[in-house]
Design a protein around this ligand. Structure first.
Ligand code: NAP
Length: 296
């Protein structure tokens, strides 16, 4: 393997350490403990795992964790009432409603009912607009984690050619905005992009957020490029269940300058950035200085 491995697991541990330090300082100097509320509707097994993991890591960095579990058939009005209550609770600095929601609920309506300053997922339309216009916002966790790793590896991203494969609201679009904010020349590719291999070959930075196992082969990667693989795909290989990314790691690592593995790359950074966003939201709520390096 020629590429440097970008170790998201180690980086996430460092971010959690910075969050924990800031939380300790908030408690000591101001008597404030940041709080994160996570709302889970229904019993989707993957969502249950995520919510448990978020709660555990929230407590580990010294913050208060509030978990709200609602039945799958809860009326939408009840969920909106809970969000209203959390919006008005000063002990809660961050609110995350675990997606996907059951079919009878309108996800956009639910997300946009969260107070923007507590929207630690960064999905509220106000935060999307603030990010798009280069203003201070809550930044979606997964792209924020990717940006942190890229900044750490390169220092300045200014002038680099970046290709983001995927245009979802939760990863592709905010990732492109963040790269643009750091003065990259950004191309957003998607399922209708013509000649994707050629588009990717131009890139100094490739962020793959597609959801197709090992779709990007090594010969699409420019020699020395940095590859950030957001994909999490469960496949069967040699009779075993394994996790793979959207990039064919083995062949891409032969050409890339640096690459994130799956698992152990972008994944661990997402929850670390959720904690970072919560401490940032808490500082903003109290008009206190924000921790350095924990937001875009
Ligand atoms: P999504 O909403 O399904 O979006 C996928 C995007 O990929 C769409 O924009 C789609 O284009 C594009 N696409 C599909 N097939 C393509 C092709 N053949 N060529 C080029 N583009 C293609 O997915 P998402 O929510 O952004 O997630 C993407 C991946 O990241 C998934 O594997 C997901 O599990 C993973 N993920 C990981 C984390 C983490 O913490 N590491 C967080 C979130 C997501 P169209 O718009 O044209 O359909």
């Amino acid at each position: 393997m020629a590429a440097t491995l970008i170790d998201g697991k180690a980086f996430a541990a460092k971010v959690r350490g910075q969050v924990a330090e800031h939380v300790a300082r908030l408690k000591e100097e101001h008597g404030i403990t940041p709080g994160l509320a996570v709302v889970l509707v229904g019993e989707d097994p993957a969502s249950q795992v995520y919510v448990r993991s978020k709660g555990k890591q929230t407590v580990e960095v010294g913050m208060n964790s509030y978990e709200h579990k609602l039945d799958a058939d809860t009326p939408e009005a009840d969920l909106l009432a809970l969000i209203d209550q959390l919006n008005n609770d000063p002990a809660v600095n961050g609110i995350l409603v675990q997606l996907p929601l059951p079919k009878h609920m309108n996800e956009e309506l639910v997300i946009n009912s969260i107070a923007p300053e507590k929207d630690v997922d960064g999905f509220h339309i106000s935060n999307v607009g603030l990010l798009g216009t280069g203003q201070k916002s809550m930044v979606p966790c997964t792209p924020l984690g990717c940006l942190m790793m890229l900044r750490d590896h390169h220092g300045s991203l200014s002038g680099m050619d970046a290709v983001v494969i995927g245009r979802s609201n939760i990863v592709g679009k905010p990732m492109a905005q963040l790269l643009l904010g750091d003065s990259c020349t950004v191309t957003i590719a998607h399922s209708r992009t013509k000649d994707l291999p050629d588009v990717v070959r131009r890139a100094d930075i490739v962020v793959a957020a597609v959801g197709r196992p090992e779709m990007v082969p090594g010969d699409w990667i420019k020699e020395g490029a940095t590859v950030i693989d957001v994909g999490i795909n469960r496949i069967e290989r040699d009779g075993k269940n394994v996790l793979v990314g959207d990039v064919d790691f083995a062949s891409a690592a032969e050409r890339a300058g640096a690459i994130t593995p799956v698992p152990g790359g972008v994944g661990p950074m997402t929850i670390a950035c959720l904690l970072a966003n919560t401490v940032t939201a808490c500082c903003r709520a109290h008009n206190l200085a924000e921790p350095e390096g924990l937001t875009a």
